[in-house]
Design a protein around this ligand. Structure first.
Ligand SMILES: [Fe+2]
Ligand SMILES: [Fe+2]
Length: 275
């Protein structure tokens, strides 16, 4: 078995920050990463653990149930775009710049093109995720609530509420933005973990391996998540222009940090339950 270098999430996130032109937004991101180093390390350790051995069927079901809850936020993306377009269409405030708001809504929605399978004959990321999960378990019962953890369910709810319900729409944009840059890094370390898991502990054919890892690979090739990250920054800039406000950098950093804190509790709970 080959020894692997420890995979660092920050090592994948930080180079991507060269795409952030706004120095205050960049600082908010960097500060959040350095304030949440312990949380990031815990997530890295969990992926390393996932890749280290052939887990029991029940453990794999918990892994795939929990991991799914931290991704596939299409409904929340749609909700956030609806909120911005609704202001554009319904507001009677003459200071509102409708075109800017409609652009903000459209650019936010752009983060779901791949998830919806627009250019992939309608093959959704949900389908690809099922292909991943069902490569390691014998049936689709991993979706049942008996394999759920309360931490992962709470995380999904937290993301949805941030994007669809939170009073300030910027909270939703910061949540979508951060999840994209974070996911870019997470999928990068997850690919290493799952390749290792398959190579060391399973005897998949090349076709089976490809089917299992397409979900993860799809997010890394063509820098899909990185493009989503920059398009949400564009959406934010249109939004603040549209409603004549300033970017709330304090709220940005707070949102990024809370996202990581809550996410690390998901991985912590999962790691403790795996056997
Ligand atoms: Fe996706
Ligand atoms: Fe994305």
């Amino acid at each position: 078995m080959k020894t692997l270098e420890k995979q660092s999430l920050a090592a994948y996130i930080e180079p991507a920050l060269t795409y952030v032109e706004d120095p205050k937004l960049k600082s908010a991101l960097l500060n959040a990463l350095s304030n949440k180093e312990a949380e990031l390390a815990l997530i890295e350790d969990t992926f390393e653990k996932i890749g280290s051995t052939k887990w029991t069927e029940d453990s794999f079901k918990m892994i795939f149930n929990a991991w799914k809850e931290t991704h596939l936020k299409m409904l929340a993306i749609y909700g956030l775009s609806c909120r911005m377009q609704r202001i554009a269409i319904e507001s009677e405030d003459p200071s509102i710049q409708k075109n800017e708001l409609l652009m903000a809504a459209a650019m936010n929605a752009e983060t779901s093109y791949e998830d919806l399978g627009l250019d992939f004959d309608g093959e959704t990321h949900t389908q690809l995720y099922h292909d991943l999960a069902e490569s390691f378990v014998s049936d689709d019962s991993w979706m049942l609530s008996k394999y759920a953890t309360k931490e992962a369910s709470a995380f999904k709810k937290y993301v949805y509420r941030n994007m669809v319900v939170a009073e300030d729409i910027q909270t939703g944009l910061f949540t979508n933005m951060f999840s994209e840059i974070y996911n870019h890094a997470e999928y990068s370390i997850a690919l290493v973990a799952f390749n290792r898991l398959i190579d060391d502990h399973f005897s998949f054919t090349p076709e089976q391996k490809q089917k299992a890892t397409t979900y993860i690979f799809a997010h890394i090739e063509d820098e899909t998540e990185l493009n989503h990250f920059t398009v949400v920054i564009d959406s934010l800039n249109h939004y603040v222009k549209g409603v004549n406000t300033e970017i709330n950098y304090e709220l940005a950093q707070e949102t990024f940090e809370t996202y990581l804190s809550k996410l690390s509790t998901v991985f912590n709970a999962l790691s403790e339950k795996m056997f």
